[in-house]
Write a protein that binds this ligand. Structure first.
Ligand code: DHB
Length: 301
């Protein structure tokens, strides 16, 4: 079920979403071996950063909620992981964050030499006051970041990751495309959300608020991807609540060329990618679909 996503060949359309398995090269390589068409690293920042205290990730009835706080070794301490990733059998997407255009530029300069297949620009983290969010909620600032990163990235593809909290996600996507984005990633976690422990009379996350993911956010992710597809002509990496093959097919029908999964690995394990790819293939056989590309955007009028 090979696909091409903004010029990058993938053995199937499934992609490990950023954050869920860290920056650990061995784990990422294992996910690739177990079937992911591409893998994304946890976002890398300008300097070493601790992140929030525990608990940072919790399961609830319809997904997960997390506030990890963008912990990062910082781009200067990544040489070893990048070296080990050289023989990763699937394309590697490197996610980056910064609190200013200058920080985004610094991180891009720091990682561009490792030649990732795609640079994911995280302008949509819901858990920090400064990093990310502010850029992703505004069409002009989103475009400024994309333009700045793109200048340094050279031939490496750049893909901003958008937030469902923006009230004009299609306009933001269009503005990013104009600024030179090669693809759009949508959506980041929804939020911030909150869980309360009634017995303890306290919020459950140490950070109180966190990003919501999993089956609960699938309808919002589908709507966002649908709207973005109508607004841009660059490919979309669609994610949010995809747990099985039918979810993935639906996301492609909304307009995604490739599909990301994060929370699904919590439910289905590290081989979620192979399972979902097999389920997609099964669906295609049953519905006489020969080429998965035929399904991209079919629900549009
Ligand atoms: C974190 C970052 C994100 O971009 C996100 O969607 C959720 C959590 C974090 O590190 O806290």
């Amino acid at each position: 079920m090979e696909i091409e996503f903004c010029g990058i060949k993938m053995k199937n359309p499934t992609v490990l979403a950023s954050g869920i398995l860290g920056v650990n090269a061995e784990l990422l390589k294992r996910v690739a071996r177990e079937g992911a068409g591409a893998v994304t690293m946890k976002s890398i920042g300008p300097k070493e950063k601790q992140g929030h205290s525990n608990p940072t990730v919790l399961e609830w009835e319809h997904g997960l909620i997390n506030a990890v706080g963008l912990p990062s070794p910082g781009y200067k301490n990544m040489e070893n992981e990048f070296k080990q990733l050289e023989d990763c059998e699937s394309p590697v997407i490197v996610s980056i964050y910064g609190a200013s255009i200058e920080e985004f530029e610094k991180v891009t300069e720091g990682i561009v030499g490792y030649e990732p297949s795609i640079i994911e620009i995280n302008i949509s983290c819901p858990n920090t006051k400064k990093e990310g969010q502010i850029f992703g909620c505004n069409a002009e600032t989103a475009a400024e970041v994309v333009e700045a990163v793109n200048k340094i990235a050279g031939k490496i593809k750049v893909m901003p990751k958008l937030t469902p909290q923006a009230n004009n996600i299609a306009e933001i996507a269009r503005s990013c495309e104009k600024a030179g984005a090669n693809a759009i990633c949508a959506i980041n976690t929804l939020g911030p959300g909150m869980l309360i422990d009634a017995d303890a009379r306290k919020p459950v996350l140490a950070n109180k608020f966190g990003g919501v993911s999993g089956p609960a956010i699938k309808p919002i992710a589908l709507r966002c991807v649908y709207q973005i597809y109508e607004a841009v002509s660059i490919p979309i990496l669609g994610m949010g609540g995809i747990t099985n093959g039918t979810d993935a097919i639906e996301m492609m029908m909304a307009g995604a060329t490739a599909v990301g999964m994060g929370t699904a690995t919590h439910y289905r394990g590290i081989n979620a990618f192979k399972l979902v790819a097999d389920e997609m293939q099964h669906w295609m056989k049953e519905h006489n679909v020969e080429n998965i590309g035929e399904l991209v955007g079919v629900v549009h009028d």
